[in-house]
Design a protein around this ligand. Structure first.
Ligand code: URA
Length: 248
């Protein structure tokens, strides 16, 4: 089995998807036809559904990278900071075309101070590799909240509202060509409205004029591997969207 075959197996899309479908040079625009929304995946151990946060203009518009990082490090604006080990700012290429947005740090990220370094992160790295991307190279990875919610619960609306301006400033500084939101919390926080993830994926959205693709969170995909094929479709839509922009 070569490396690409191994990646496709990891994504659970082998041998359904042939090698030619992976080529970034000519990706299939394999957007799923409109489907009834499947039951909403439970992202983390919580009963409370994530509520959308109203997106405010960044109050940090005058901050550069180092000031913004310091601001996040020093932040005590919500109840998450006292229970986490450290803030997790984000990682990657600060001039990336691709920005990946997750929900918030988990236990591994809380220890290491870097997003997506646990099992979900390994799957994310494999998903990126399947479209010939790698962490840190033309990709920036961040989260909606910078502090680990206790017990990995979903961040609450007030926590999201406090933290979102940091992400907004990161996006303003990077100006990525495309944002990929992983999971319902990331998606609804960026969109500023609640909706079932299944109704959001497979379509092109927008955040502040930047194309936004929504797909399943890797942690959910680890629990529901049969959904990986849909995540693959979403990645193909993302690649096709960027290619379409390049051709304009
Ligand atoms: N899940 C997330 O949403 N973000 C991380 O950084 C890790 C796990």
């Amino acid at each position: 089995m070569n490396h690409d075959d191994a990646l496709l197996r990891e994504l659970n899309i082998y041998p359904l998807w042939l090698r030619r479908d992976v080529q970034v040079e000519a990706p299939p625009v394999a957007v799923a036809p409109p489907q009834p929304a499947p039951p909403e995946p439970e992202m983390k151990r919580t009963a409370a559904p994530p509520a959308p946060a109203a997106i405010q203009p960044s109050p940090y518009a005058d901050l550069g990278w180092s000031e913004l990082k310091q601001k996040v490090t020093d932040c005590t604006a919500c109840k998450l900071r006292p229970t986490c080990t450290q803030t997790v700012f984000g990682v990657g290429d600060e001039q990336a075309d691709w920005m990946i947005v997750g929900e918030g740090p988990g236990a591994d990220e809380d220890i290491k101070g870097e997003p997506f370094v646990g099992q979900a992160g390994k799957l994310l790295d494999n998903m990126l590799a399947a479209i010939k991307l790698k962490r840190g190279d033309n990709v920036y990875i961040g989260n909606i909240v910078k502090c680990r919610p206790p017990g990995n619960r979903t961040p609450e609306p007030d926590e999201i509202a406090q933290c979102l301006p940091y992400l907004r400033r990161q996006i303003e500084l990077i100006r990525p060509k495309l944002i990929v939101a992983l999971g319902k919390t990331a998606a609804t926080s960026l969109l500023g409205r609640d909706a079932a993830l299944g109704s959001l994926r497979g379509h092109l959205h927008e955040f502040d004029g930047i194309p936004l693709i929504i797909t399943y969170h890797p942690a959910y995909l680890l629990r529901s591997p049969t959904e990986k094929a849909k995540a693959w479709q979403d990645l193909c839509l993302a690649v096709a969207t960027l290619q379409g922009m390049a051709e304009q």
